[in-house]
Ligand binder design. Structure first.
Ligand SMILES: [Zn+2]
Ligand SMILES: [Zn+2]
Length: 390
């Protein structure tokens, strides 16, 4: 089996670590216990530990060989989600309402496993920065680390990320050049009409009718403005209007929603396009509309050479190239590793979690069989990318 033998021997220990982290989940920017755990493990391995980036972020640095070799970054995320766990296993969350439902417990452990192996074997020439980031789930901990100088303090040639993927076999991977995950923006639209008695609608301006037209008109951005070869979702997810009365047309309404897109150019064009639609529709009915646009995570885009390289490494761990899906398979989900990939070339890969419940599901659990696979992937990546001169 292509898992590194020495790492296969870590299986029991890594499972213990993963279950400990799973049982003690912490939300974004509150990963105090998890960061302590990570820092203690790294220090015990002889890895140099830096703390405090983005609050709870931890970076471990390990140099081997001549000391002149290049540096690369490997990144894991540490935060849990505000979900009440439903799984019945013994390592169920002890923090009610918090749960590792995205497998970041496993990501953290796989990277620790690689740090253990690489610190014991040192079979590379260069420096590895093990980046443990807080708050991936919606709060942009990765961006905060970058903003606080991650790559100035720890310069790297490339940066690499990995996420587990339910529904794919353990030991299989998926990676493609270009977009892997979408950009995610949110928007709010306030429509100002003029309230009145519902029996005398001519005396007011009905913002509900305007809002309903806006919801329909926004769908034409995808269907009529966009090149059909491109991907974009514009979803209105909230429509707040009126109060308890049956007979009152309200003064104003609020719409909220989200946009998912791969292309940065299309993402840039969205606020202007939405504004034109809402202004035009509102004007048609004598109302006004105001857009507040919140730019979120950018698209997660793999550089070409690193994604080819990672596919090669993954193929070695999978046992054959057949174990690596190379088809473009972007997800409309979003991921804040994107901020690191905006700074440095690199690659984000999916590793199969087997037939588990889906990500963010209350019965999800990271598959412990993946721990040694993922740690082997990281370790081989380092040994290949930072290979010692023959
Ligand atoms: Zn998640
Ligand atoms: Zn995740």
């Amino acid at each position: 089996m292509p898992i590194i033998n020495r790492i296969a021997d870590y299986a029991g220990e890594l499972t213990e670590w993963r279950r400990y982290i799973h049982q003690n989940p912490e939300l974004g920017f509150e990963e105090f216990g998890t960061a302590n755990f990570v820092a203690e493990k790294l220090a015990a391995m002889g890895v140099t530990v830096h703390r405090g980036l983005a609050g709870t972020g931890v970076v471990g640095s390990l140099t081997a060989g001549s000391g002149q070799g290049p540096a690369i970054g490997l990144r894991a995320d540490m935060d849990a989600l505000p979900i009440l766990e439903r799984g019945a296993h013994a390592h169920r969350s002890v923090n009610a309402g918090k749960m590792h439902a995205c497998g970041h417990d496993g990501h953290t452990t796989m990277l620790l496993g690689a740090a253990k192996y690489l610190s014991e074997t040192g079979n590379f020439d260069g420096t590895v920065h093990f980046i443990f980031q807080p708050a991936e789930e919606g709060k942009g901990g990765g961006k905060k680390m970058v903003d606080e100088g991650l790559f100035k303090l720890f310069p790297v040639e490339e940066v690499y990320g990995m996420h587990n993927m339910p529904g794919m076999d353990v030991g299989s991977f998926a990676v493609a050049p270009g977009p892997m995950m979408a950009a995610r923006d949110n928007f709010e639209i306030r429509v100002q009409g003029r309230g009145c008695h519902a029996a005398m609608p001519h005396q007011g301006v009905d913002p509900i009718v305007v809002g309903a037209n806006i919801v329909m008109a926004l769908q034409t951005i995808t269907s009529r403005n966009l090149d059909p070869q491109e991907a974009l979702v514009v979803s209105v997810t909230q429509f707040h209007a009126g109060n308890d009365a049956f007979n009152v047309i309200p003064d104003e309404i609020m719409l909220r929603g989200t946009c998912r897109v791969f292309s940065g150019d299309i993402q840039q064009s969205l606020p202007e396009r939405i504004s034109r639609i809402i202004d035009g529709v509102a004007a048609t009915y004598g109302a006004t509309a105001e857009l507040t646009y919140h730019k979120g995570y950018p698209a997660t885009v793999n550089a070409i050479a690193p994604s080819d390289f990672c596919a090669e490494v993954a193929g070695e761990i999978a046992g054959s190239a057949d174990g690596v899906n190379r088809a473009p398979l972007p997800s409309m989900g979003a991921e804040d590793f994107s901020y690191m990939l905006q700074e440095k070339p690199g690659c984000y890969i999916w590793a199969g979690n087997g037939q588990s419940a889906g990500l963010h599901h209350p019965e999800y659990d990271f598959n412990d069989e993946l721990l040694t696979v993922g740690a082997s992937y990281w370790s081989r990546l380092v040994e290949k990318r930072l290979a010692r001169a023959a």
